[in-house]
Design a protein around this ligand. Structure first.
Ligand SMILES: Cc1cc2nc3c(=O)[nH]c(=O)nc-3n(C[C@H](O)[C@H](O)[C@H](O)COP(=O)(O)OP(=O)(O)OC[C@H]3O[C@@H](n4cnc5c(N)ncnc54)[C@H](O)[C@@H]3O)c2cc1C
Length: 574
């Protein structure tokens, strides 16, 4: 079936919906999502969204900018970070006006709480900067934006999985999508495609991410010729529930929770004497692993304790109800009375599709735009998070750059006419699907997926060294070979998960290769990328973005300078 819209947005998380609202009724917009719109991973965000409102204590956007630059280990582009930090208070007031029910102070202002790496006075002390709605911040923002889209008659295509971008000569003409309920293919012609497809945590064995976070948009853009930027920077959140990876938000530490080792010692005091448990995530994750390596994990195992028992039932029930519910359900722990067992969990991709502050996907180091292709949210790399994202800066990123993408798309669709590609992309997608349906190989999708997740977790996660990473890259190439010999059990056309898993696995294998290559290339330690064989940051050689482009001869790495405006790189101490 064929459709035509001025703009097609892939993804109904915060980035996609905020862009859709901005385009509004200026142009025809379709939002496609492989899950029901409000099931997007944004709805799982717990802790909050950062903005220097100064409602609880003195704060300024310059301090927010500084913290983000320092948190990024000086790899974030400072012009983009400035744009985000300055626009943050406006973003929050806009959400408030749209109807987001934020928690309030006793004076009736929007309440704020502390979060890792957010400080006052350029690093002097933790500051309360995170605006929140209990521990369901993403949920309430997502639902509010969705309602706003319904009011504006945005056309939703829920449970439509995009299979390919229609690209010829670096110009995008739309997408081909698969309708999950029927197996029917749909071609969407458009002047603009915005990728807002979220993260790719499912590449790793332990993750806080949803099942849908398989990096489709990044892989589709990469295959279509757009470079991926800084993919080696993968964030491990320090507090996933032991063995499961389900997130216990940093809000737990923002409200006063502390991390303890087997001796009951608050070990973060040793590693970050000023901000302790509120150090940034890359540091806290490494510290937990150091404690475990030194034999100070609980019962000698690979986890530590997150203790909230001193916070009192009032704080727990009013501000941390959701996550303490998770602890009860999934770990059998009553957080009022006993500590929660936690370990680092794969949480966020700092890297993504190289794009500029107006959402335009760029193809080279001089920022030449990819015609008709935009990206925003976690799948994009603008880059505001550099080598390590601070908590609460992702929801902000999705909204600030989702809106800016929407504004630029509104201008773009006015300026440009519809064009159709010469190639029949739907036919190519149909051939790919029928190839998978009729394949008779011996390999099982689940086995390849488990092997990929295992090797990425063991060899390319918090601590990295050359030879295990080379081994991982070799394994990924072997898995790519095995992937050529898969077969599907389900040959049906109604909610064929088997088929979709196969397609998603193909995407994740491409991204795993890019992550491992970038991590091998970067012979230094910066932010979330810690090389045991190169433990120091090396600004002389590596204060650059890593870009990887897909070519016929395989992935090709090149670099782009980091934009430094106000803050010169310094040693990163907390
Ligand atoms: C458990 C958890 C808690 C978090 N808490 C916070 C927090 O408190 N504060 C904060 O700032 N950040 C937080 N984050 C990070 C933040 O929530 C995410 O980075 C952000 O919400 C991503 O939004 P997005 O719009 O880019 O994508 P998502 O919300 O992930 O949405 C992706 C969309 O793309 C669609 N999609 C993907 N592939 C396809 C395809 N092939 N075809 C069609 N549709 C497709 C999906 O269906 C979905 O609609 C948290 C993340 C997690 C996992």
């Amino acid at each position: 079936m064929e459709h035509q819209f001025d703009a097609v947005i892939i993804g109904s998380g915060l980035a996609g919906l905020r862009a859709a609202i901005e385009i509004g009724e200026n142009a025809s917009v379709a939002v496609l999502s492989k899950v029901f719109a409000t099931r997007s991973h944004s709805g799982a965000a717990q802790g909050g969204i950062g903005a220097a409102l100064a409602n609880e204590e003195e704060d300024s956007w310059e301090w927010h900018m500084f913290d983000t630059v320092k948190g990024s280990d000086y790899l974030g582009d400072q012009d983009a970070i400035e744009t985000m930090a300055k626009d943050a208070p406006r973003t929050i007031f806009e959400l408030e006006h749209l109807g987001v029910p934020f928690n309030r102070t006793s004076e009736g202002k929007i309440a704020q709480r502390a979060f890792g790496g957010h400080t006052s006075g350029f690093g002097k002390a933790p500051v309360k900067r995170a605006c929140f709605a209990a521990d369901r911040t993403g949920r309430v923002i997502l639902d509010t934006l969705w309602e706003q889209c319904l009011q504006r008659n945005t056309k939703f295509f829920d449970e439509f999985q995009v299979l390919s971008l229609m690209v010829e000569d670096r110009r995008c003409y739309g997408v081909v999508a698969y309708e999950l309920a029927t197996g029917e293919l749909h071609t969407f012609y458009s002047k603009v495609v915005l990728l807002a497809t979220g993260g790719a945590g499912k590449i790793f064995k332990t993750t806080s991410n949803a099942f849908a976070s398989t990096g489709d948009g990044m892989a589709l853009a990469y295959r279509a010729g757009a470079p991926l930027e800084d993919m080696e920077f993968v964030q491990f959140h320090p507090t996933g529930i032991y063995k499961l990876g389900i997130l216990i938000s940093e809000a737990a530490r923002g409200e006063g929770g502390i991390l303890l080792n087997k001796d009951g010692e608050r070990f973060m005091e040793r590693y970050a004497p000023v901000i302790k448990d509120l150090a940034p995530r890359d540091m806290v994750s490494r510290c937990i692993m150091e404690e475990v390596r030194a034999g100070r994990g609980i019962d000698g195992q690979d986890y530590v304790h997150l203790d909230l028992t001193h916070l009192g039932e009032d704080v727990i029930n009013s501000k941390l109800a959701e996550i303490t519910g998770f602890a009860r359900t999934y770990a059998g722990v009553d957080a009022n009375k006993e500590p929660i067992p936690v370990q680092p969990t794969c949480h966020y991709m700092m890297g993504g599709i190289a794009s500029d502050v107006d959402g335009r996907v760029v193809v080279d180091s001089s920022d030449t735009p990819f015609e008709g292709l935009f990206a925003a949210g976690e799948c994009a790399c603008v880059s505001v998070h550099g080598a390590n994202r601070l908590g609460c800066n992702s929801l902000l990123d999705t909204l600030v750059f989702g809106r800016r993408s929407g504004m630029e798309i509104s201008r773009y669709v006015q300026r440009n006419d519809f064009q159709k590609p010469a190639t029949d992309f739907e036919k190519a997608a149909a051939a790919e699907i029928s190839g998978l349906m009729t394949a008779k190989g011996e390999e099982r999708i689940g086995d390849i997926m488990a092997d990929m997740q295992e090797v990425m977790m063991d060899n390319v996660s918090v601590f990295r060294t050359e030879s295990p990473m080379k081994e991982a890259l070799g394994k990924i190439m072997e898995l790519k070979g095995r992937y050529q010999h898969i077969s599907l059990q389900d040959k049906g056309s109604c909610f064929n998960r088997d088929l979709l898993d196969a397609l998603e696995l193909g995407h994740m294998l491409d991204l795993a290769e890019v992550i491992a290559m970038g991590a091998l290339f970067r012979q230094e330690s910066r932010g979330a990328h810690f090389r045991e064989d190169f433990p120091e940051r090396n600004d002389d050689d590596f204060l650059v973005h890593t870009l990887v482009r897909h070519t016929d001869k395989g992935p090709q790495i090149f670099n782009k300078p980091v934009t430094i405006t106000r803050f010169q790189p310094q040693e990163r101490k907390y």
